[in-house]
Design a protein around this ligand. Structure first.
Ligand code: GTP
Ligand code: MG
Length: 201
């Protein structure tokens, strides 16, 4: 998809607030600080439409962005932020799991993991929820600029193994900083959009 226009739509606190729209949704999920908002900005080629930052826990709401009036990008709140209370963490889980299960417009989940680290228990849980909801997904390894080329390949394999991805399922390395891997990721997103269009609704 060639991004001509991108706009902020709204922030939602709970799933009752989600926009009343039939546009298909691509959701970005992963732990706090993994680079969800930065990846959205890199994909739509905007500096800071999706608010990103070094302060962990930047995105506490479900933020909607409209791409060309054709699809919605959904920036989900991050998890695993050390300073949130246990009750807040449970609330996070409920909101995300609920969103993944009830949202009819959702057709693709971007599962983000930091390329430098092994997936956490929360990462695995999110992957399991996504599969259980029968959703399409793409596993994305962020911040690839932080590692050498050979280390990138080693870590992609570890991520794949630890998550327990099916044989042949690719993990996409990206850098929001250098934009490496962004065109390849768009190609993959496009292939899901095309598939969905062919299947009708
Ligand atoms: P929450 O909103 O808290 O859940 O975080 P997030 O997942 O949206 O992360 P965000 O995009 O705000 O990025 C967190 C930090 O990582 C910021 O300081 C970014 O500049 C940095 N960052 C994100 N992507 C990259 C990347 O590809 N390379 C490098 N070097 N830094 C990155
Ligand atoms: Mg964010």
């Amino acid at each position: 998809m060639i991004v001509k226009n991108s706009n902020f739509v709204k922030s939602c606190i709970k799933t009752d607030d989600l926009p009343d729209s039939n546009l298909l949704e691509v959701a970005f999920a992963g732990r706090s600080n993994v680079g969800k908002s930065s990846l959205i900005n890199a994909l739509i080629n905007r500096k800071n439409l999706a608010r990103s930052g070094s302060k962990q826990g930047m995105t506490r709401l479900i933020n909607y962005y409209d791409i060309n009036g054709e699809i919605h990008f959904v920036d989900l709140p991050g998890y695993g932020y050390a300073k949130v209370s246990k009750s807040e963490m449970n609330l996070w889980g409920k909101v995300i799991e609920n969103y993944l299960n009830v949202r009819q417009q959702l057709f693709l989940v971007m599962l983000l993991v930091d390329i430098r680290h092994e997936p956490t228990e929360a990462d695995k849980m999110l992957y399991e929820w996504t599969k259980a909801a029968g959703l399409n997904y793409i596993v994305v390894a962020t911040k690839s600029d932080k590692l050498s080329r050979s280390q990138v390949n080693l870590n992609l394999r570890v991520i794949s193994e630890k998550l327990g991805l099916p044989e042949g399922r690719k993990v996409f390395p990206v850098s929001a900083e250098t934009k490496r891997g962004i065109p390849e990721l768009w190609d993959e997103i496009d292939s899901f959009i095309m598939e969905d269009g062919e299947n009708g609704d």
